[in-house]
Design a protein around this ligand. Structure first.
Ligand SMILES: [Zn+2]
Length: 228
């Protein structure tokens, strides 16, 4: 039975016990990471998912709170002896930045590094991101501060569909992408440029006629970091 596991749900400022937003979908033959914040190996272990089972990463956009754990994940899997190919999917904007970031870490000098393949997703409605024996994933560009992808993830075994807004203003494209889904995971960071309120997320869920709405990327404890 496939699983959708939330590894973090916080908005840009994480705090203890509440990591930045990222998740994983686990099927029979593949586990696909959606974004890569903070401490992916520890979070995956807690969720009972072996790093060796990770097949793919889909990057929704290149903001630090969504990719801060990526260089560490790639290095840790190398140190731990991964041999299998790892595939990274994202827009040209994201992929070019990942390549620059990893070049700064001189990853071309890592001996016996496992193969990493990059797959560029066009910023067009309903682009195919990934199609394997477990999942079909499509993306559409949403309306954030930089090029950002919303996702529609279908599990082929059960037919379960999850849609994920990522970071965005409320947009009609998300209604289309989430149409009839079993669950819509929509951000609710608040009334800020490039983000949505929980009420706006509810409106999108209602228009898309989804069965359930999960709010994510919400601000929960900024006060603990306030300066005196
Ligand atoms: Zn963002």
């Amino acid at each position: 039975m496939a699983k959708l596991v939330f590894l973090g749900t916080a908005s840009a400022v994480a705090f203890e016990g509440h990591d930045n937003t990222y998740m994983v979908v686990q099927g029979q033959n593949s586990s696909v990471l959606i974004d890569c914040a903070t401490k992916p190996l520890l979070r995956l272990k807690k969720a009972g998912i072996q790093f060796a089972d990770l097949s793919d990463l889909v990057i929704t956009h290149f903001h630090a709170d969504h990719v801060s754990g990526l260089s560490n994940l790639l290095m840790d899997m190398w140190i731990l002896g991964r041999q299998a190919e790892f595939s990274i999917h994202g827009s040209q904007h994201s992929i070019s930045r990942v390549e620059k970031m990893m070049a700064l870490f001189d990853w071309d000098t890592w001996k016996n590094m496992y193969p990493v393949s990059f797959h560029t997703i066009p910023l067009e409605e309903s682009s195919l991101v990934l199609d394997n024996s477990d999942f079909t994933i499509h993306s559409s560009p949403v309306d954030h501060l930089i090029p950002t992808l919303g996702l529609r993830i279908e599990n082929l075994e059960s037919g379960f569909v999850a849609a994920y807004s990522c970071d965005t203003n409320p947009v009609d494209r998300m209604v289309t992408l989430a149409a009839g889904a079993d669950v819509l995971i929509h951000e609710a960071a608040g009334p800020f440029q490039g983000h949505s309120t929980s009420a706006q997320a509810g409106e999108i869920a209602s228009q898309a006629q989804v069965a359930k709405l999960y709010l994510i990327h919400y601000i929960a404890a900024l006060k603990s970091f306030e300066l005196n």
